[in-house]
Design a protein around this ligand. Sequence first.
Ligand code: G6P
Length: 609
Amino acid sequence: MCGIVAATAQRDVAPLLIAGLKALEYRGYDSAGLAVLEDGEVHRVRAKGKVREMESLYLAAPFPGGTGIAHTRWATHGVPNEVNAHPHMIGRVTIVHNGIIENYAKLRTDLQVKGYVFTSETDTEVMAALIDLHLTQGMKLREAVLATVRELEGAYAIAVIDRDEPGHVVGARRGAPLLVGVGIGENFLGSDAQALVQVTNKIIYLEEGDIVEISRENVQVYTLDGKAVERGIQESELSADAVERGEYRHYMQKEIFEQPHAVANTLEARINAHGVLPNVFGIDGDELLAKVKGVHIVACGTSYHAGLVAKYWIEDYARLPVNVEVASEYRYRETVVPEGTLFVAISQSGETADTLAAMRESRRRGYLGTLAICNVPESSVVREADLKLMTRAGPEIGVASTKAFTTQLAALALLTLHLAKQHGLDEARYRDLTEQLLRLPRILDEALKLEPQVIELAERFVQRHHALFLGRGVEYPVAMEGALKLKEISYIHAEAYAAGELKHGPLALVDEDMPVIAVAPNGPLLDKLKSNLQEVRARGGELIVFADAKAHFDGNPARGAVLRIDAGGDFIAPAVFTVPLQLLAYHVAVLRGTDVDQPRNLAKSVTVE
Ligand code: G6P
């Protein structure tokens, strides 16, 4: 989703802004631009496509200047092209914006009456005109931004410069992330700490509604009612190395291979051979969790699939009722919240607009409390939750989520064990589940060794247009995640079904052109799954089975393949089976030559509704 970088410095800022935008590329975007103020004049360069295309234009005609703003745009209002790309300029104002202004049409009409002419289709240009109008009425930039944001409905993070106020950038946020990077004699704004890691690790996290004015020597934050406030400086632990690709061809591949380590980090100091340790959910956590009688999980995308796995686990082992819902649905309907229900938000970024809004909405609905399972400690979701459990996956750059998912499963497994213990799970089974979870990093490492076999399989998919994924029980959400991975990065249409549903519709699609991928763990549902797969075989479908090594699956089918995996036990099998499905999607995408880390039309952090 859109990325913002801004700087005020003694040195020329354009190269810093470009480096910052490159660090934000992972968020997904379709055009880029920057503007620099120098001697009362604003120089701007914008281009459709990648940051490097905009950079070449800049390098062909570079401009100096110590105050600037820059942006990667993910189109909402208006197609991706140069005219709609940010920064937008009207009168004295130059602006970049992330978010959606809902009342922009009315504001636009009012401003047209006042003589403003708009050249783009964006809501952002309307904000620029409104700020300019306030400037012409005699306000300073900060006052003009404050007056403007008070008139806006919707979500925004902005960075603005006034041609007549050199050396100053004003930022504001509501419903979209923005933070301040504090340097020595230079200061910055960015959408996340990653954008600034190359210039500073001292970060001020802005709160909802905050407005900030930065100059080379000063940073001052104001609340929406105009009062100056202190917001503490925190040291970001991000290092520039953590966001390097290293020996891997893509970030996604690197992140798939980081999973054993990331999961081990998530489990570290939280569980030992006797089970989950006290205070894993914070000081008040154990007390609050002791009262839990049910769980509602809300999330989007891959995080939603992690929630679905947790439903099987918590209902099975803790015998507590669990509802899982996508955040965009949850927030706009009335849910029934029985007494003692815990609200769990799962989000890699902690900034997903729907998940955040759902969590805020949940406050009104009478939950026992909220728990955030998240990968970004300073994110909005974490800051607003009562309890938090960080996933410690490290920065995830590839748009298609991989290590974030398996670390979410590790965190949810800890929650499951904690609740299961309280709700009387048999001691021996608790010990077994604990042992399984402790060996998960090692088993994931083994699963990664299947890569050469998966590469061979991937070749079968290069010319395909569709694929079906099947799973049963807790492996059904794993099949959903496998289908999502394939469609996200290879653009092959893929759907997942609970294998028992096959004959209620999707079987009609099965013929020699429809590969069917099945996840076959060793368990009570294995025989049922085998019967489902016979139905596919009988229709000439190509069957690819990822089978637990213990599952006694017959040799290779006439058309298709069986790939055997040590799933490490029934509890951790969903995390383990995810690995070959991720690798399959990755290698199919590589063979098809897609932009694996930044697939078309998708964004890493979806900060608009
Ligand atoms: C986007 C990303 C997905 C992610 C989803 C939820 O769609 O492309 O990879 O699963 O958002 O994001 P979150 O940060 O809330 O987990």
